[in-house]
Design a protein around this ligand. Structure first.
Ligand code: ADP
Ligand code: GLC
Length: 492
């Protein structure tokens, strides 16, 4: 019988309160799955300006947060539960740091005080536990924003939480939290951690690097990505450091919250459908074409993209081949926001080509409509720790066209012409030619091998990426972390 654990889950974004990407989806779903396994989980996130407080419960006491040389700051705390669950989520309210439009930055880039903002948030998360008399067995940190937690547990908070083990999940190694070394005095971890095996990097501190060194266990969001980040190609300068800690590194694939992403119940799409009756999908396609001002045609292959306009997502590759692709009889729709060159470039393409449309901005409703209305979903990422949209696409019978990296490689099985099996289309080289050829191949299967295409759709729609399974794997990692904390040697 597995031990029931007290878990503090700290994240910079959580669905449905604030989201820029998949981290929020994971943080809104994994804690619920852990709770269903019997663990006692609380979630904590910053209270950004976009989070309405009128429906939240206000905790009467203020929360004191020690900020080292900067002194003690006082935060407010709000509370509610994650939707359709009794998992408590707490919001750290501090106007000066979080009362802003963006989560991490604005048009000028990242906020210059992101170091202070997220050191503050991480310390506030531990202070909150003290205020609630919640003694965590596990402190689960996510990405660089909360990666100082493993260090704080060993130093500033060592007497408060002597037995708590830490787990750090890397959702994206690209962002590491690199700041001036003077932040050590705000962190209060002690200068002994300013060494190249821990926080130190190029005469500054790298919070993610320190977290990797000091956490009792590290996870990434797919098994393939756990391998990839140990190589120079995907390691963003930390591959050697990660290799040195590989005995405590695990890969656990994200799941899907099927209460949100399911064509049979999705409230955002024109008509619900499922694998036993796909007629609704045709209506969703019409609806999408209408919404984006494309020709209303059933017979044309409609390909979608939803995601951040960031280099990671392969938008440069798409930009390279978009005109050649659009010379074929296909339609493409894109939804995204991010790098401004991409926003203007794709808007310009939409202006020039009648079989292409883009919505620059963030729209959950359109994301759902694209999943449902398209025949195929494009994700040519340069790297992809897990990727959620390709897994959502499977449930909608929208076959993914992906580059074989990270979670994309772990979840998509390439179409096999002989056995007529697979759940999507994969390419390997990050080149415009490989992308172009694969899209054209997928369109050919769509047009000329209709039965095989339909078989793949039915197969894809029946696949199940369960959070319950992932939560069971996290439980094993938590147990590993507790053994690690107690000094019992163990290999990943
Ligand atoms: P990442 O976290 O790297 O951005 P993921 O595939 O894990 O990539 O998750 C992205 C999530 O953000 C998905 O839920 C996707 O639907 C959503 N998303 C990204 N861009 C947009 C957008 N412009 N509008 C609506 N949803 C978006
Ligand atoms: C990151 C990754 C993405 C992953 C998500 C949730 O933002 O880029 O691949 O799915 O986190 O883990």
């Amino acid at each position: 019988m597995t031990e029931k654990l007290n878990i503090l889950f700290a994240s910079a974004e959580v669905v449905p309160f604030a989201k820029t990407g998949g981290l929020a989806d994971v943080s809104g779903a994994l804690p619920k799955a852990l709770k269903e396994l019997g663990h006692n989980v609380i979630v904590v996130m910053p209270r950004y300006y976009c989070i309405e407080t009128s429906k939240l419960e206000k905790i009467p006491q203020p929360l004191g947060v020690p900020m080292g040389v900067l002194g003690e700051f006082w935060a407010g705390v709000f509370k509610t539960t994650l939707p359709q669950s009794d998992v408590e989520i707490y919001f750290i309210d501090y106007e000066e740091y979080f009362g802003r439009a963006g989560l991490y930055g604005d048009h000028n880039g990242g906020y210059p005080d992101n170091d202070k903002r997220f050191i503050f948030f991480s310390k506030a998360a531990l202070q909150l536990c003290k205020m609630l008399h919640f003694t965590p067995d596990i402190v689960h940190a996510n990405d660089w924003h909360t990666a100082s937690l493993p260090l704080l547990l060993k130093t500033r908070f060592v007497h408060d939480f002597a037995y708590a083990a830490s787990v750090l999940t890397i959702h994206n190694l690209q962002h590491q939290g690199y700041f001036p070394k003077e932040d050590i005095e705000v962190l209060e971890v002690g200068w002994e951690y300013f060494n190249p095996h821990s926080l130190e990097s190029l005469d500054g501190i790298n919070i993610l690097k320190g977290g990797i060194a000091e956490a009792d266990a590290i996870t990434t969001v797919s098994k393939k990505y756990a391998q990839e980040i140990q190589t120079p190609q995907f390691g963003f300068g930390l591959d050697g450091h990660i290799r040195a800690h590989s005995s405590k590194l695990f890969g656990i694939l994200n799941g899907v919250d099927y209460t949100q992403w399911n064509p049979a119940t999705d409230p955002f799409i024109a008509k619900n459908y499922d694998f036993d009756d796909m007629r609704g999908k045709q209506l969703c396609k019409r609806d999408l074409q209408q919404r984006f001002g494309l020709d209303l045609r059933d017979d044309v292959a409609l390909i979608g993209f939803v995601g951040r306009f960031a280099k990671q997502k392969g938008i440069e590759l798409i930009a390279n081949v978009i005109h050649s692709l659009l010379d074929s009889d296909i339609q493409i729709v894109m939804l995204g926001t991010g790098e401004s060159w991409a926003e203007s470039f794709f808007s310009e393409v939409a202006h020039l080509r009648k079989n292409f449309a883009v919505h620059v901005g963030y729209s959950n409703e359109l994301a759902h409509k694209i999943e449902a209305g398209c025949d195929m979903f494009l994700m040519p990422s340069l790297f992809e720790p897990c990727g959620l949209n390709q897994i959502y696409s499977l449930r909608y019978g929208t076959l993914p066209i992906v580059r074989a990296v990270g979670g994309l490689d772990d979840t998509i099985v390439n179409f096999d012409e002989n056995s007529k099996t697979g759940n999507g289309f994969k390419f390997y080289d990050a080149t415009p030619e490989a992308l172009y050829n694969t899209v054209i191949w997928a369109v050919d299967v769509y047009e000329n091998k209709k039965e095989a295409f339909a078989k793949m759709q039915r197969f894809a729609m029946r696949e199940h990426f369960s959070w319950e399974d992932s939560a069971k794997e996290y439980t094993k990692v938590y147990e590993f972390a507790l053994r690690h904390k107690r000094g019992e040697y163990d290999e990943a």
